[in-house]
Design a protein around this ligand. Sequence first.
Ligand SMILES: [Zn+2]
Ligand SMILES: [Zn+2]
Length: 550
Amino acid sequence: MTTLRQRFGQGLWRLADLVQADDRSRSFRAKAYRGAVWSLDELSPELEDPVEHMLSIPGIGSGVVRLIDEFRATGRIAQLDQLADRYPAEVADLRRLPRMTPAILRSMKAELGIETEGDLIAAIESGAVETLRGVGLVTAEKWAQVLDLRPAQSAIPSFRAAVYAEGLSRHLERHLGGRVWVAGAVRRVEEWVATIDLVAEVGDVAAARTFVEESALGFPTGSSQPDRVQLMLHAGVTVGVHLATAADLGLRLLVATGPPEHVDAVMGGTSGPQATEEAVYAARDMVWVPPPARGLPVEEAIAVVRASEIRGDLHLHSDWSPDGRMSLAQVLEEAVTRGYEYVLITDHTSGLRFGGLDEEALARQRESLHELRRVFPDLIVLHGAELNIGRDGELDIDDEALAVLDLAVAGLHSYFDLGREDQTRRVLRALEHPKVKVLAHPTGRRIGTRPAIELDMRAVIESAAAHGVALEVNGHRDRLDLSAGDVALAGSAGALLAANSDGHRVGEMGNIANSVATIQKAGVGPGSVVNTRPASEFLEWAGNGRRVTH
Ligand SMILES: [Zn+2]
Ligand SMILES: [Zn+2]
């Protein structure tokens, strides 16, 4: 049994995807349609509300009301049918491929009958895709690379899952009245997510069940249980909503977070209700294990670095960077709020394609920071930069200007396609510069959209260890770079790591949690993470033995 609201929600969501694929300048309209789908849960399941009531709901305007009228009268949305005829069925995924255009999407369907990613893969393999206007060998190879990154058709990259998980949590909190926690793979900061698990604290389980089952955001799947509803969102991802009472919250959160082996190890075959997760562990004389570490044997899991041990962030962009969206004062204020002892300001430098600070601008920034240190006397404010590593490993700022910086981060932002030898040589050369103390996002990958560069990771780890350079674990959810696998390698080889947010706006400074999560997943302890060090030790490392002071 589905409601009209759900079927209309599905149609409107699909219309949003098609409108966006058809004309990228209309993405604001697509966004408005998706917003309206969220708002449909304010209306009755059969959409019988008076027009005035519909129009009083934020997110529902007269355009959407007309579509509701049409759908109620005919069971269809004409505009959707027209667009759907011209575009592949999996247009929502296909439009995200690099260099994709509306014209290519249309000719894929019209000339080659491509409807799905699977069809496209077959057409790439047979070479048929290169007969399409605007698609050459290079583009076809790029698509093959990107499609190859996906572990399973049904999984979505963590950064998208986290956005849905956050949105759904707030939505359910508003409608169900109790708190909602993100659990499962999103909470464990996995790279790919097949199911978004949420635990909702509810008073009336039956009423909450009905609300979730009838939500306009998706359709219930067959695998629901009395206290767990599973929805397939129109956005193409599965959500499990675990309905818990306050007394049972701890256990439900543990189980919904998984993985099952860890849950078994904690429960030891017995169970009893507990209000918090900590209490579940405590009842078994265990200390709480951070979710990302729960895939490890328990003895290893309890020794991992904790978020509370991080004393500073070493990769931060202010609005001195072309893409930065916070002032230097905001960066420092947030650092103080987070309880940091030190921060390293690392705005982009001029070698970047979209520009950055040159030697002269760095000198001016130095003055600004000098002023600001008076406003934040308890925070150690270090002046650095995110240097751009050039084609052959050269840096984009001259040595005279570098000498004045406290320390610097260096990262690759171009020439991702070089072969393994060239790429490795390039990175190793950058690591040899005495001012480079952190290698930013070492592999350059973007989960689901850009593969890691070809790199001899063992050689990079060895060189980093030899030069006292820390390898960054970038906390952007679409990067998580280094990956947990490489973090484990670096940790066991004695290289240092840096847990960094790479924040460009205040909210992104919270990315540091994803970085810590990745290090936890690798089973690495605080001793390997340079920004857990107390200020005096940290400054000694930063200055290569000579203390950096201000
Ligand atoms: Zn960067
Ligand atoms: Zn950066």
